[in-house]
Design a binder for this molecule. Structure first.
Ligand SMILES: [Zn+2]
Ligand SMILES: [Zn+2]
Length: 345
């Protein structure tokens, strides 16, 4: 038994070679330099198709070095340690100590490489800068313009929810907001969040949602759609006074899920529920601001006499069933020269 390479006659042969000849080819290759791309905006590090937020640089460098090592076919197993020396903040010199194993043999070697940090832009930062959006939430009034209070309520809702849903997830953000057609448009980075938010906004006002989507292109062979959630908010809000088919009502409850609207009829003090489709031509008289106070002159079971707050003449009003006055005044609204008692009093 002798080594086919050097002719020595050792106790053990490895694939026809002595230990020394066999170990000559036991080696690893490492690329002379390794690029690591860092987002200049947020400091994330590219890892293939992904970006790692708040990276642990030391373990990333070790992982990238490991990925760059190519052991020769003879190596069964290897391990290494690395020491890093900063040449400048963007260039790191790495010295490696490796132990390679094959059969029952071990070989030690040293290698070196260089880690170079390159500038890049992560997916999320480029989305934020590039006006990226997956969905639009459109909030529209039924008539005229949304009130400033309504707009503020919508803005608050969206910003609050985006903050909550985002948590650590930077991919959820409001790309931009526009005032349009008396309402608001929100360009949103995330479709799922937009769907939930549009529902919450419609519930806030008792509005209707229409969803439409448009093919916006292809990405990795998949069709990309941009979705628009259009929330139409009704002309009335809870607590408003409205006229419908000659009756005067106060809006008590707007139920988005069932499409119903419950109104309190001022004449009777009783709640009446309508299908929202049947009250398309409802007329809004006003809100809280039209409530006035009127002094009670006298009162019996059926009627109450009050002073008209405008001309101080005594007017006689029929009390709705179960109406109880408290104190010296009653709350009223005036509409078309008529005084109406508020049953909530
Ligand atoms: Zn040999
Ligand atoms: Zn970034």
């Amino acid at each position: 038994m002798f080594c086919v390479e050097c002719g020595k006659e050792p106790d053990d042969l490895y694939e026809g070679l002595c230990k020394d000849c066999y170990l000559k080819d036991v080696d690893v290759n490492i690329t002379p330099s390794i690029d690591i791309e860092i987002c200049t905006t947020c400091g994330s590090v590219r890892d293939g198709h992904r970006w790692i937020e708040r990276p642990d640089m030391h373990s990333i460098m070790l992982k990238r070095i490991e990925d760059s090592i190519e052991p020769s076919y003879k190596v069964d197993k290897y391990s290494f340690t690395a020491d890093f020396y900063e040449e400048d903040p963007r260039n790191i010199h790495a010295e490696l100590d490796l132990i390679m194993e094959c059969h029952d043999l071990e070989k030690q070697t040293s290698k070196e490489t260089k880690v170079i940090f390159k500038n890049g832009q992560c997916t999320i930062c480029s989305r934020i800068h590039g006006h990226y959006y997956e969905a639009i939430i459109q909030v529209r009034p039924t008539k005229k313009s949304m009130t400033e209070e309504q707009k503020q309520a919508v803005r608050d809702k969206i910003h609050k929810e985006v903050k909550v849903k985002r948590g650590d997830e930077r991919s959820i953000f409001v790309t931009s907001m526009e005032e349009k057609h008396g309402g608001l448009d929100f360009y949103m980075s995330d479709n799922g969040v937009s769907r939930k938010l549009s529902k919450q906004i419609s519930e806030l006002f008792g509005g209707e949602i229409t969803v439409s989507s448009k093919l916006a292109g292809r990405e990795d062979g998949q069709e990309i759609y941009k979705v628009t959630y259009s929330v139409r908010i009704p002309p009335y809000e809870r607590g408003d006074f409205v006229e419908h088919k000659g009756g005067i009502y106060r809006v008590k409850e707007i139920r988005t899920s069932s499409g119903h609207l419950t109104l309190t009829e001022l004449k009777t003090g009783k709640p009446v529920t309508f299908d929202k489709r049947d009250v398309q031509d409802i007329k809004v008289i006003g809100g809280e601001e039209i409530i006035k106070e009127s002094v009670i002159v006298s009162e019996d079971e059926q009627e109450i006499k009050v002073l008209d707050p405008d001309d101080y003449k005594t007017k006689t009003l029929v009390k709705p069933e179960g109406y109880v006055s408290k104190g010296d005044t009653v709350k009223i609204i005036k509409y078309m020269d008529k005084i109406l008692l508020l049953p909530e009093h």
